[in-house]
Design a protein around this ligand. Structure first.
Ligand SMILES: [Fe+2]
Length: 198
């Protein structure tokens, strides 16, 4: 069972391919943990927010409910992103066959996903759609923008500048290559199997 107010442990020590410890430290300790603390703060404020003053232009209650989705999605996506790193980058497992089935070939999917990483202002997500019972590529310009109801993230790429600018400058393409070289496909496969069989 997930508790958004709980900070998870990082599952790897370091990454290769140019993603530095400094970037991981800022990203995991400051940004990710910051979202967990803000989610907790929102829950505390929701206990006392005046429901009688609810208003669609502005109200404390409305603002808290919006930022609740922003912080919860930030936690979900960051944990998903960090959970699948620390591997050797070699594609393996059932998920490779399912990707090939859903996207024509693994190469087709890879090409599209990398383009998604260049086209997005925040996240590129390979998700499992429970309605269609298949994998799809999704774009998210912010943590709570453009996700669809009924799909769960499986493979998540963070393309916010904080994820790569210190190490790669504006060369996002090289960062995306590094991301793929650090993927743990065993963990991605496990996540897929667990999700698709729910
Ligand atoms: Fe991030």
């Amino acid at each position: 069972m997930k508790n958004y107010g709980e900070i998870k442990n990082l599952s790897f020590k370091e990454l290769k391919g140019g993603i530095s410890q400094k970037t991981i430290e800022i990203h995991w300790e400051k940004l990710y943990q910051g979202y967990v603390k803000k989610w907790q703060e929102i829950q505390e404020n929701l206990e006392t927010a005046d429901r009688e003053m609810a208003n669609a232009s502005f109200s404390e209650f409305r603002e808290l409910k919006i930022e609740e989705t922003f912080t919860a999605n930030a936690i979900i996506l960051h944990e998903a992103y960090f959970d699948i790193l620390g591997g050797d980058g070699n594609p393996e497992g059932e998920i490779i066959e399912v990707i090939a089935k859903n996207f024509g070939s693994f190469e087709n999917w890879l090409k599209e996903f990398k383009s998604l990483g260049l086209a997005s202002r925040g996240w590129a997500v390979l998700g499992y759609d429970f309605n269609e019972e298949r994998l799809r590529n999704y774009i998210a310009d912010a943590h709570n923008l453009y996700g669809i109801w009924g799909a769960a993230p499986i493979l998540v790429l963070d393309v916010y500048e904080h994820a790569y600018f210190i190490d790669f400058g504006s060369d996002r393409k090289s960062y995306i290559e590094s991301f793929f070289s650090n993927l743990d496909w065993g963990k991605i496969n496990q996540k897929f199997q667990k999700t698709a069989k729910k």
